[in-house]
Structures are given as structure tokens and as C-alpha cells.
Design a protein. Structure first.
Lengths: 536, 108
């Protein structure tokens, strides 16, 4: 049982089988399309419809319904859409001879032979290869992830071959390397021929014609030179244009793939497996917003312009790219602007998070010193942090793991200063500092710093590192240590302290800070340390 | 070069002249013109003819009128205009010259 549709062709009513109707419809559409630009197209179509009506009424006398066979007969009698095209050169006066109408093949999605979207079979038609090979390549590359994106992009921008004409165009002259080469050569030859012809014939003729006046001759020569130049330039431009198209496609595609892959890996790994990869860890440790948000924003901010470039390149190169719907264009523009604004906002937020540096009220501890006691200062290093390789290091702060394997920020940027105590007792002051958006924020962050030292009898042991949780981010965390000793007290700086002596300590030997280690010093006037065991 | 293309082009080249000649002397409707051309094997598919007819009409060589038909849609009867008749005469002359010339060249 078949459904029939009633149609009106040139004023006559026909009952037509549904299947036959669709075929007839797409045929007429294809014919209309192939007549695009022909004068009096409406009249021609009306004539064709009248003829179809005539043929139908001849054939449909008894059975009453037009079936597929009748439509096939119509197409066989009237010819394929391309047969309607009149080669204008044959009829037009003064045909230039090389204005060849090469029926170009176009890239369509072949939805008749599709597995997903008909891209592979479409490309197969375009290159005149069995689509099986294209599919195979896609599947092999599939594991690289690249073809998925390529496929999606192509799916969006390559139109489906819906009408007969489109299907014909899809399967037309194969665009193999040979034909491409041929076309390029034709392009060159066109230019050359035009140049030759114009040079020899036209210029000569014009010069002869206008030769009566000297200025006429000059002007004709100049005008033909410009004419030739114009043709040359247009010829060159069309070739250069294609080249630019190729470059645009390659570059933008590579960039899109790169961004996409890094986006996928970064946000996926970050969300699912934590972030042991340096850039993720670093980004997490520096930027307030989570990595996946940043990568989405970056993907949009960089990806959208490159997608537009890719689209442009494809448009230059392949003459059958769907025009992008206005909605898509607008939403892409919107998404791009949004991502740019968001990134600007994040940057400002980032900048603001360094706006104030705050040191907490120092922790003060007395140093038990008897008269004539020598204060012994040494550094204690951590076996763990000495051994472990930092994942990243920035502004003296590194990202790594603590003893239990959790992410942590640590720094060996410890400096201690030695000054004269105003009282008779010695003391040590330790102050932690960090930056933040405001005072409280910075202070809270400073207090998250983990730093230890021990002061036993006349021995001061300072950790040579501090740690901070990753959640407090890289915010110029710092530990400031000042040791206050009464005048004439002797300090033994252990060999291990070399790297941690502050620049601010003054000594009578004018030693660079590191060289002060492994010596005995006595506190003199105005915080000046006097060496007791240095060779004169 | 494709032999079919060359053949088609040769045919197309004289098609205009043939249509005008068919209409010379008596008015005919589209199907009759097609019939005549097909009989002479000048036409493989009909599609070519419609743009040609329209073009000839638009350049003022042909004119048409509608006539009711008993067995189908109304028929479009084409007729030569005065300009068309003159045009045909001239083409006729050119064709004869061309025919002779081609014969001379091809027969040696």
C-alpha cells in the first residue's frame, strides 16, 4: 500500500505515488539549480513542468496514479539536470575560447552511504577513492583522537547531498591530484594566453587604430599594460588565495587540535586523577580559579578565532561550504567575548590577590644564655625535602609532595638576621608573611605557613625550609627570622647556615654572607659582628 | 577530449538554427518541435531545448501563444517573428556555405 500525493502541474491535477513525488521534486529542484543564472529561468521551468504534465497525461491514462517508473521515464526523456545547461560560449558572440566551464566537483556528505554522518563516503567521492579506505584511515587515526574533531567540524560545515544535482556534483569529475594539477596549469595558461593575446593582438590593433594621434597611442599602450597587469594579478591572486587557504587550514587545524587535546587532558586529568602534572599543579597553585575553568576559557578565547580561520580557509579552498547560520555566528561571538571578559576578570582577581603583603606578629622565644656562653646556630634540613625533586619552582617556592604523598608547597628560602638585643637576654623572633587581596586574607595565609625551630640551652636549630598547603597558593610566602643577642655575646655560625644568612648582617671582615659560616663572631657596636677566628 | 562532448557540442551548435527552420512556414507547439528534432536524431534528451526556446523568444526571434488542448495541458505554440524569419534566412545561407566548406575539407 502506498500513499499518494496530489499535485498540480501546469494546471493539471495528478495523483502521484509518494516515492515518485520525492524523486520528481528533487529532480525539479536540481534542474532549477542547474539553470541558476540563466535568463528567463521561470519561463523555462514553467515549460518543463508543462512538458512533464503532457508526458504524464500520456502515460497515466488508465492507471490514474503516477509511479516511480513514470518519473524515471521523465528523467530519461528530459535528461539530467546538467543537460539543461546551455554552453553559452557556443552561442555568445566572440567566445574567448578558454572560458572553460569545468564542472567542478563538490564536497558533500553522502547520506545514502553513511555510517555516522556520511563524511567518509563524501570524501571518498571527492577523491574518487572507495570510502572504505577513508573509513580505515579514520579508524586508525581514531586512537589519536584527531579525526573525531575533524569529523565533527566537517559534519557541521559540509552540506548533505540532498538533491540529485548535489549528488551528481558530489560524484562528478574526480578531484584527484591530476585534475588539481590540471586546474592549476589551466589557471597559469589562462593568464599566459591572455597576456600573449593582449600583447600581440590587442595592443597592436589598438596602437594601429589610434596611431593617428601620439597621445592616443600612449594611452592605448598604457591601458593595455594595465589590462594585462590586471589579468596577471587576478590570476596570481587566485593561486595565492588557494595557497593561503591551505595554510590557514593547516595552521588553524593544528592549533585547534593542540588546544583541544591539552584542554581535554588538563581538565580531565585535573578533575579525575588530581593534578600531578607540573602545569596543572602550578596553575592550581597560582591561579584562584580551578584549572578546568581556565582551560575552558582559554579553549574558547583561542579556539574560536582559529575555528573561524579554519572555516575561512575551507571556504577559500572548497567551494561548497555551508554559510554559517547567523545564530551560530552570534553564539560563537558571544562565547568568545564572554571568555575574554572572564579571563580579564580572572587576571584582575589574580593581580588583586597580590595587592597587600602582611607579616604576622612575630613569635618570640627567649634564648637561654649564661654569661660567656657561646650561642650555637645551625640549620636543620629535611631528609624528605632534600631528596625530593620539586614539580615546579617559582619565586623560591616549589610544589611537591609531603612525607605522606600529598601535594604541598615548600620553600628553602629562609633568611636569618642577627641584631643586638636591647635587654640582657637573647631572643629569637620568627614572623611569617604572605600576600593577599586584603589584610585579613593575607594574614590568614601567612598563618598557614608551617615553620619550626628549636632553642635548647645555647643551641639554636632552625629548619631550613617551610611548607604551606597548596590551597593557600603561591603568594610570596616568606619566613623572617631575627636573632637578638646582647652585646659581646659570641655566636658560632655552623657550616650549614651558609645559605641562610641574611644580607643584612654586617661584619668586620666584609665577608659575603655565605663566607660568614663556620666562624666565631662577637656582637660589637651597632650590630657589627666581629670575627674571632678569622685569619688576618 | 571526450568524443561525446564534441558530438554534443556540434549538435548544440546547429540546434538553434534547426529550431528556427522547423518553425519556418508553420507554427508548432513544444512537443512537435521536440518530435521533429528527435526524429532527425538532433536531440538526445529534451532538457536542452527549453532554455534555447526561451532564449530565442527573449531575443525576439520567436513568439508564442497558448492554445487549449483536448488531451492535456494547454499547448504553447511557437511562431517565427519577422526578425526571426530574416535571421533564419541568413543562417540558412551560412549553413549552406559551411556545409559546402566542410564537405570540401573532409572529402578532399
Amino acid at each position: 500500500m502506498n500513499k499518494t500525493i496530489t499535485i498540480n502541474l501546469a494546471g493539471i491535477v495528478f495523483h502521484i505515488d509518494e516515492e515518485a513525488f520525492y524523486k520528481l521534486q528533487s529532480y525539479l529542484e536540481a534542474v532549477k539549480k542547474s539553470l541558476k543564472g540563466t535568463q528567463g529561468r521561470e519561463d523555462i521551468i514553467a515549460d518543463i513542468e508543462a512538458r512533464i504534465a503532457e508526458l504524464f497525461s500520456e502515460r497515466v491514462q488508465e492507471k490514474e496514479v503516477v509511479i516511480l517508473e513514470d518519473v524515471d521515464y521523465i528523467i530519461a526523456t528530459l535528461g539530467q539536470p546538467n543537460d539543461y545547461k546551455v554552453d553559452d560560449e557556443i552561442f555568445e558572440e566572440e567566445s574567448s575560447g578558454f572560458k572553460k566551464t569545468v564542472t567542478t566537483k563538490r564536497l558533500y556528505r553522502d547520506t545514502d552511504d553513511k555510517i555516522i554522518g556520511g563524511i567518509c563516503s563524501g570524501i571518498g567521492h571527492y577523491l574518487a577513492i572507495d570510502p572504505l579506505w577513508i573509513r580505515l584511515i579514520f579508524i586508525i587515526l581514531f586512537f589519536g583522537g584527531v579525526p573525531i574533531i575533524a569529523y565533527l567540524i566537517l559534519w557541521i560545515i559540509v552540506p548533505e547531498a540532498a538533491s540529485t544535482a548535489q549528488k551528481l556534483e558530489m560524484k562528478g569529475e574526480p578531484a584527484t591530484l591530476n585534475t588539481i594539477e590540471k586546474k592549476v596549469k589551466e589557471g597559469f595558461e589562462n593568464v599566459k594566453k591572455k597576456v600573449d593575446k593582449l600583447d600581440l593582438d590587442e595592443t597592436g590593433k589598438k596602437v594601429r587604430e589610434k596611431g593617428s594621434s601620439f597621445f592616443g597611442m600612449i594611452s592605448s599602450i598604457i591601458s593595455s599594460i594595465f589590462h594585462v597587469l590586471g589579468k596577471l594579478i587576478t590570476g596570481i591572486f587566485s593561486i595565492v588565495g588557494k595557497l593561503i587557504g591551505v595554510i590557514l587550514i593547516l595552521v588553524s587545524f593544528a592549533v585547534i587540535i593542540a588546544i583541544f587535546i591539552s584542554f581535554i587532558t588538563f581538565s580531565f586529568i585535573d578533575v579525575n586523577f588530581g593534578s600531578d602534572i607540573a602545569p596543572i599543579f602550578l596553575s592550581n597553585a597560582v591561579i584562584n580559579t580551578p584549572v578546568w575553568i581556565n582551560s575552558i576559557l582559554l579553549l574558547l578565547a583561542v579556539g574560536i578565532p582559529f575555528f573561524m580561520l579554519l572555516y575561512l580557509g575551507l571556504k577559500i579552498l572548497v567551494n561548497n561550504i555551508k554559510p554559517m547560520p547567523g545564530v551560530v555566528k552570534l553564539s560563537l561571538l558571544g562565547a568568545w567575548l564572554l571568555s575574554i571578559f572572564a579571563l580579564i576578570f580572572i587576571s584582575i582577581d589574580q593581580f588583586a590577590s597580590q595587592s597587600i603583603k602582611v607579616y604576622e606578629e612575630p613569635t618570640v622565644k627567649e634564648i637561654q644564655l649564661q654569661d660567656q656562653d657561646t650561642l650555637y646556630v645551625s640549620m636543620k634540613s629535611s631528609k624528605h625535602y632534600d631528596r625530593i625533586d620539586p614539580i615546579f619552582s617559582m619565586n623560591h617556592i616549589s610544589g611537591s609532595y609531603d612525607e605522606s604523598g600529598d601535594q604541598v608547597l615548600f620553600s628553602k628560602h629562609i633568611r636569618f638576621n642577627i641584631q643586638t638585643s636591647t635587654s640582657e637576654k637573647g631572643r629569637i623572633e620568627v614572623s611569617r608573611g604572605a600576600t593577599g587581596t586584603n589584610y585579613k586574607n593575607a594574614l590568614d595565609r601567612a598563618r598557614e605557613i608551617n615553620y619550626h625551630f628549636t632553642s635548647k640551652a645555647h643551641t639554636l636549630t632552625l629548619n631550613n625550609y617551610f611548607t604551606a598547603p597548596t590551597s593557600s597558593k603561591l603568594r610570596e610566602q616568606q619566613v623572617e627570622i631575627t636573632i637578638y643577642i646582647p652585646k659581646h655575646t659570641v655566636v658560632q655560625l655552623d657550616r650549614t647556615t651558609g645559605d641562610y644568612i641574611s644580607y643584612e648582617i654586617e661584619n668586620d671582615q666584609d665577608f659575603y654572607r655565605k663566607n660568614m659560616a663556620d666562624h666565631l663572631w662577637e656582637m660589637g657596636e651597632k650590630d657589627l659582628l666581629i670575627c674571632l677566628d678569622c685569619m688576618e | 577530449m571526450n568524443i561525446e562532448n564534441t558530438k554534443a557540442q556540434m549538435r548544440k551548435g546547429v540546434l538553434e538554427f534547426c529550431i528556427l527552420s522547423i518553425l519556418d512556414g508553420q507554427d508548432k507547439y513544444t512537443s512537435e518541435i521536440l518530435e521533429a528534432l528527435k526524429e532527425a536524431k538532433l536531440l538526445v534528451v529534451e532538457g536542452t531545448i527549453y532554455p534555447l526556446l526561451t532564449r530565442l523568444k527573449n531575443t525576439g526571434l520567436l513568439d508564442y501563444r497558448w492554445e487549449e488542448s483536448t488531451s492535456g495541458p494547454p499547448r504553447k505554440y511557437y511562431s517565427l517573428t519577422d526578425k526571426g524569419r530574416e535571421f533564419t534566412k541568413e543562417l540558412d545561407q551560412t549553413w549552406n556555405e559551411l556545409k559546402n566548406a566542410v564537405q570540401k575539407v573532409t572529402k578532399k
